[in-house]
Design a protein around this ligand. Structure first.
Ligand code: URP
Ligand code: ZN
Ligand code: ZN
Ligand code: ZN
Length: 486
């Protein structure tokens, strides 16, 4: 038989095109896009449905130990299952180094966690918190060659933050190796100073998290990170952007021609700082960094998705239960500094953006596909195997009912978090069948595959991480008296 599977009569949508045709799948890959394909081993009728590339959630935390020692609510089984139910077929979580750890050991540990449990495919970003000589000169270059081609650094959090000098060392290494650098940009000292003043004055409630993590702290650190990257001519991706000040810094840098990329998340479109001011400790469920801002900031984020300032929207799923294992690990009356940061969102990322973006006319379907799938594949070296519907690509498909109405509730979500920040939201549009490498992963509201059936994806060196070749004068030997510094 020519095809193992044929998906018929749907409307195939990519970041570039739309066409009504059948999709023929063999050995996990798409081998034909044409009308009236002969029967396959299995046929799926997608009449009236959209066929989208499966989502790529390129920023999520799964089975990650936080620097403070609190473990995520989701392991690779519940996390990837939840992602799949929402139409996502690839996740890129983090293998996080804590200070003193060898990166090699860290990567080994995360593979042991993921391999027996993941139900969809996965790659890893690294988190670098201890950029020793050995890490920068030996471990990282080797790991990059092995397919870990992106990593995140933090400018805040006591246990993770690097200083500007270390950032320059890391950027110089990334330039040599052509890896993608992701940065969590918030000014640590601003946050510390405000937090100390707030706590001294007895302001302990979750809502003060959003005061301490001021918009200007994000704007300042974003600008600083961009300038450091510009100095060494290194592309840079600003993750989980929430503040208009940060959006403006990114947009200005892009207009100037720098390879500065932006990522945002649903929480910055659908939540505000007011959500941290719910009764009792309930606001803790909405504590994430950076925090949600206000309605005006939400509009700025929408505009950034529309005008191309942002290339990617990911969940930043950082799941903690609202109990003593998670959000309340420091007690029922913990101050805002002692609440684990992060929100769940792997399952609802695509439906929320489809409903509020595409259905409400803010984004067209191609923008939606680019933002939720294709651009992530390009940013992280997985394109064209992932992120598009094309002959030769993996058959990772979300067969999407654009008219299905769903009320989001904790009961229907498949993660292990026990709450959703989007309780009661009405959305229109949900995936009905989800395929990963031609395997039916989700159908009839049920998971159809075994634990451990997802595979690890080594990432190529991303084109988007290639330096511009445009040096500031101090770094240009022709103009700096001959000094070759990078
Ligand atoms: O609050 C958040 N976003 N926690 C997850 C870790 C991070 O900084 O992305
Ligand atoms: Zn470990
Ligand atoms: Zn972060
Ligand atoms: Zn994160």
């Amino acid at each position: 038989m020519t095809y193992d599977l044929v998906v018929r009569n749907g409307t195939v949508v990519t970041a570039a095109d739309m066409s009504r045709c059948d999709v023929g799948v063999k050995d996990g890959r798409i081998i034909a896009l044409a009308n009236d394909l002969p029967p396959g081993g299995r046929d799926i009728d997608a009449n009236g449905k959209l066929i989208l590339p499966g989502g790529i959630d390129s920023h999520c935390h799964i089975e990650q130990m936080s620097a403070a020692g609190i473990v995520n609510a989701d392991d690779f089984y519940s996390g990837t299952m939840s992602a799949a139910f929402g139409g996502t077929t690839t996740v890129i979580p983090f293998a996080a180094q804590h200070r003193g750890q060898s990166l090699r050991d860290v990567v080994h540990d995360y593979h042991l966690c993921a391999e027996p449990k993941a139900v969809i495919d996965y790659a890893f970003h690294l988190i670098i918190s201890d950029p020793t000589e050995d890490v920068l000169q030996r471990e990282l270059p080797a790991l990059i060659q092995e397919g870990y081609t992106s990593f995140k650094v933090y400018l805040t959090y006591d246990l993770l933050k690097i200083d500007d000098y270390q950032m320059l060392d890391i950027l110089a290494m990334a330039r040599r190796e052509q890896a993608m650098v992701m940065v969590h940009a918030e000014n640590h000292e601003i946050i510390q100073w405000l937090s100390t003043r707030l706590l001294e004055a007895g302001h302990r409630a979750p809502k003060y998290h959003a005061v301490a993590h001021a918009r200007l702290a994000e704007g300042e650190a974003t600008n600083r990170a961009i300038r450091l990257a510009e100095l060494l001519d290194v592309p840079l991706l600003l993750v989980h952007v929430s503040a208009p000040e940060a959006v403006e810094a990114i947009r200005t840098a892009q207009t100037y021609g720098l390879k500065i990329y932006g990522e945002t998340c649903p929480q910055y479109l659908f939540l505000t700082a007011q959500d941290l001011d719910r009764p009792g400790m309930d606001g803790a469920m909405f504590c994430c960094s950076p925090p949600p801002r206000d309605e005006a900031a939400q509009e700025v984020i929408w505009r950034g998705l529309q005008n191309g300032t942002f290339q990617v929207i990911s969940s930043d799923h950082a799941p903690y239960r609202f109990d003593s294992t998670g959000k309340l690990a420091h007690g029922e009356d913990a101050d805002f500094k002692h609440i684990a940061n992060g929100l769940p969102g792997l399952e609802v990322r695509l439906p929320l953006l489809f409903s509020e973006g595409v259905k409400k006319g803010r984004l067209d379907l191609h923008q939606f596909v680019a933002l939720t799938s294709t651009n992530a594949a390009k940013l992280y070296g997985l394109h064209p195997r992932k992120g598009t519907i094309a002959v030769g690509a993996d058959a990772d498909l979300a067969i999407w009912d654009p008219d299905k109405e769903v009320t989001i509730s904790t009961e229907m979500i498949h993660d292990n978090v026990g709450y959703t920040p989007y309780e009661g939201y009405q959305v229109t549009g949900w995936p009905v069948t989800v395929l990963s490498r031609g395997r039916v992963v989700i159908e009839d509201g049920e998971l159809q595959v075994e634990r451990g059936s997802g595979v690890f994806l080594p990432c190529a060196l991303p084109d988007m991480a290639r330096p511009l070749g445009r040096r500031v004068s101090e770094l240009n030997p022709e103009r700096n008296f001959g000094a070759k510094l990078i």
